[in-house]
Design a protein around this ligand. Structure first.
Ligand code: ZN
Length: 240
C-alpha cells in the first residue's frame, strides 16, 4: 500500500527582513500544527541581501533541523532587475560557479550545505542537473517533477499546489479558488501519493494563510497524509 506523502516547502526565505518576519510568522503557525516542512533559502536575494549570521542565522536557526536537514537552496539571488534567476542560458560550469557562490554564502552564515535545490524558475536544464550532480545535490524540485540527481531518476508528480503565480499578492488572488478546488477534490477521494504545497509568505495573498493552515490540518487529520521533508523523502522513498 502506498503511503500518502505531503511535502510542504516555505519558499523565498531570505535575509530581506520584511519578508523574513512574514515567513517566521507562517513557520510558527505550521509548527503549531505539528508537521514538518522544508525551507527554500535564497542566499543573496536580489543580489542585495546576502544572508549572514546576524541578519539571518540567529533569527531562523531554531526552525532549521540539524540532524535531518529541512533546507533547500532556492537559487543565489532569485531575481535581479525584474528577471527571474534562470540557469538555462549558462553552461554546466557557469551554473556550478553560481550555485557554489550560493553555498559559500550559506557556509559563511554557518548554515549547513543543502542537498536539495529548487530553481527559482521551477525547472532545470540538463546542464543545471549536471552542475547539481557535481556539487553533490541529491534532489531537485520542479513544477511537475522531482529529480533524484545522484540516481538520475525523475519522478513525475502532481503539479505543486502554489499560491504565487505572479510575485504580487493582489494578482495572486485567483489561486485561492484554484487551490480550494484541488483540496476539495482530494477530500472527495482523489489522493495523489505525493502532494506538494509551496507557500510563499511574502507574496501569497494575506487571506490565504488561514486556507493553507486549514488544508494542512485536513490533509493530516482527514486525508491521512504524512508530512515529510525532502531529506526524509530522499532517505525513505515514497513506498512504505
Ligand atoms: Zn521562489
Amino acid at each position: 500500500m502506498l503511503k500518502k506523502i505531503c511535502v510542504i516547502t516555505i519558499h523565498d526565505v531570505s535575509a530581506f527582513q520584511s519578508h523574513l518576519s512574514k515567513t517566521i510568522e507562517t513557520m510558527k503557525l505550521i509548527d503549531d500544527l505539528g508537521v514538518k516542512y522544508n525551507l527554500a533559502i535564497i542566499s543573496n536575494y536580489l543580489k542585495k541581501y546576502p544572508v549572514t549570521i546576524d541578519n539571518f542565522t540567529r533569527i531562523i536557526d531554531k526552525f532549521i533541523t540539524k540532524d535531518k536537514s529541512n533546507i533547500a537552496l532556492h537559487g543565489l539571488y532569485h531575481e535581479y532587475r525584474q528577471s527571474i534567476e534562470d540557469f538555462n542560458i549558462l553552461t554546466a560550469e557557469e551554473t556550478k560557479e553560481e550555485i557554489t557562490k550560493g553555498i559559500l554564502i550559506l557556509k559563511d552564515a554557518k548554515i549547513q550545505q543543502p542537498k536539495v535545490f529548487i530553481s527559482p524558475a521551477w525547472h532545470i536544464s540538463p546542464s543545471t542537473a549536471q552542475a547539481l550532480h557535481e556539487l553533490g545535490f541529491e534532489i531537485s524540485e520542479s513544477m511537475n517533477q522531482i529529480e533524484l540527481i545522484q540516481k538520475d531518476i525523475i519522478i513525475v508528480t502532481q503539479q505543486v499546489m502554489n499560491w504565487d503565480i505572479s510575485g504580487d499578492s493582489q494578482q495572486n488572488k485567483p489561486t485561492i479558488k484554484q487551490n480550494q478546488q484541488i483540496y476539495e477534490k482530494i477530500m472527495r477521494g482523489f489522493k495523489p501519493s505525493l502532494l506538494r504545497l509551496a507557500l510563499h509568505p511574502p507574496h501569497d495573498p494575506p487571506e490565504v494563510l488561514d486556507q493553507q493552515l486549514e488544508m494542512i490540518e485536513g490533509l493530516k487529520n482527514k486525508a491521512n497524509y504524512s508530512f515529510k521533508t525532502y531529506d526524509d523523502f530522499f532517505k525513505e522513498g515514497v513506498q512504505e
